[in-house]
Ligand binder design. Structure first.
Ligand SMILES: NC(=O)C1=CN([C@@H]2O[C@H](COP(=O)(O)OP(=O)(O)OC[C@H]3O[C@@H](n4cnc5c(N)ncnc54)[C@H](OP(=O)(O)O)[C@@H]3O)[C@@H](O)[C@H]2O)C=CC1
Ligand SMILES: CCCCCCCCCCCCCCCC(=O)[C@@H](N)CO
Length: 342
């Protein structure tokens, strides 16, 4: 009798202990991601930062057309002093008028080719110290390398990559020496084709991939000067440059690029400006772009512990998604080249 009672009591005891144990385990589960998040919050570098735009000098290359023009207008409407640089004086004058009409702000214009270091340097010195430098000029012709002239390959690299070096080198001394010491920004406009190589973009993708190396190394060099580097990765955007590009773009380039859709110029400018102000190193513009940034983040700096967390937990699965995209693209290339050679 006594023995069975003891048994019942004992089994009750072990069962409730087991329940407490599993309850305890249940509490432990969220502890793992929470501690990962806590560790990431401690280690992410550089630290999060905000870049003010109001009353600051924003200098935009390629500011006479497309994304650059939309960014100039945005900066002007947010109360910045704005300078724009491009080659064609006529297009600069038109841009100046349209910004004045839309915002009432008079922007300063500088006519120079980014390939000419002395001309760029003179323009930047004239414009005064820069708080937010947006290196946005860019040229693009989608062509298979076999059909791409060596001159045009060099032109693409010279304007998009070497030109960006020229602009940054010319602006950097005064940016480093600026007196107010408010956080400054150097922003580069890359492309989703600067995160993944795309058919027809050998020269263009190479020029834009180059910006990634430039930006990562530069961020380490200027962090002590409170200068913060941002890279923007737009998808196809309905700019005058894009309209021109489409006239000769291989069909398969358009098919692959369509995986990420296309955006309105103003939308891209808004995403870009928000990213600059938030001090993000990487700025994607649409959902596909966000996935692309997750998949290609590699060793790039990350200021947000939330995004760092997402990068860590999605690293494996996002690679799988990326492989599916490659599968789809190679299918499209195969199909397209068959119809072409027929
Ligand atoms: N549109 C799109 O689909 C996408 C564009 N991008 C990138 O965004 C940036 C802007 O593109 P988008 O707005 O479409 O281009 P646009 O062709 O509409 O405008 C380009 C601007 O750059 C200037 N520019 C071109 N070459 C030089 C040069 N050698 N020296 C100085 N200025 C120059 C142009 O003026 P001028 O000709 O008078 O010199 C113009 O102001 C580029 O870097 C591009 O690669 C990225 C992803 C997608
Ligand atoms: C892991 C998940 C991947 C998600 C999808 C990736 C889609 C990538 C599409 C790339 C499109 C490239 C457009 C280039 C636009 C451009 O720069 C030209 N218009 C010239 O200006």
């Amino acid at each position: 009798m006594e023995l069975t009672e003891l048994h019942i009591a004992e089994s009750f005891f072990t069962r409730s202990m087991a329940a407490i144990d599993s309850l305890f385990l249940l509490f432990l589960i969220p502890l793992i991601p929470l501690s990962l998040l806590a560790i990431l919050a401690l280690i992410v570098r550089p630290r999060p930062i905000k870049i003010p735009i109001k009353s600051r000098h924003v200098f935009i290359t390629g500011g006479s057309s497309g994304i650059g023009l939309a960014l100039a207008q945005r900066a002007a409407s947010e109360g910045a002093r704005v300078s724009i640089l491009a080659r064609s004086a006529g297009k600069l004058e038109e841009a100046k008028k349209s910004i004045q009409l839309a915002t009432g702000v008079e922007v300063a214009t500088f006519s120079a080719d980014v390939r000419d270091y002395d001309a760029v340097s003179k323009a930047i010195d004239e414009s005064g110290p820069i708080d937010v430098l947006v290196v946005n000029q860019g040229v693009f012709t989608a062509t298979e390398l076999v059909e791409h002239s060596p001159e045009d390959v060099k032109f693409t690299i010279d304007v998009n990559l070497v030109g960006s070096f020229n602009v940054i080198k010319a602006a950097l001394p005064a940016m480093k020496a600026r007196k107010d010491r408010g956080p400054a920004s150097i922003t580069l406009v890359s492309s989703q084709a600067g995160q993944v190589g795309i058919y027809g973009y050998t020269a263009y993708s190479a020029s834009k991939f180059g910006l990634q190396g430039l930006a990562q190394a530069l961020q380490q060099e200027v962090i002590a000067d409170d200068i913060h580097v941002t890279l923007i990765f737009p998808p196809d955007t309905d700019t005058p440059g894009f309209e021109e590009e489409q006239k000769s773009r291989p069909e398969v380039t358009s098919i692959i690029a369509a995986s990420s859709g296309s955006m309105k110029t103003e939308e891209v400018a808004r995403k870009a400006m928000d990213g600059i102000k938030a001090g993000n190193f990487t700025v994607s513009c649409n959902f596909e772009g966000f996935l692309l940034s997750l998949a290609t983040t590699g060793m790039s700096p990350q200021r947000s512990c939330w995004l760092a967390f997402l990068e860590v937990i999605t690293a494996g699965p996002i690679r799988l998604v990326a492989l599916f995209f490659q599968w789809d693209w190679y299918k499209a290339i195969e199909k397209w080249s068959k119809t072409k050679t027929k």
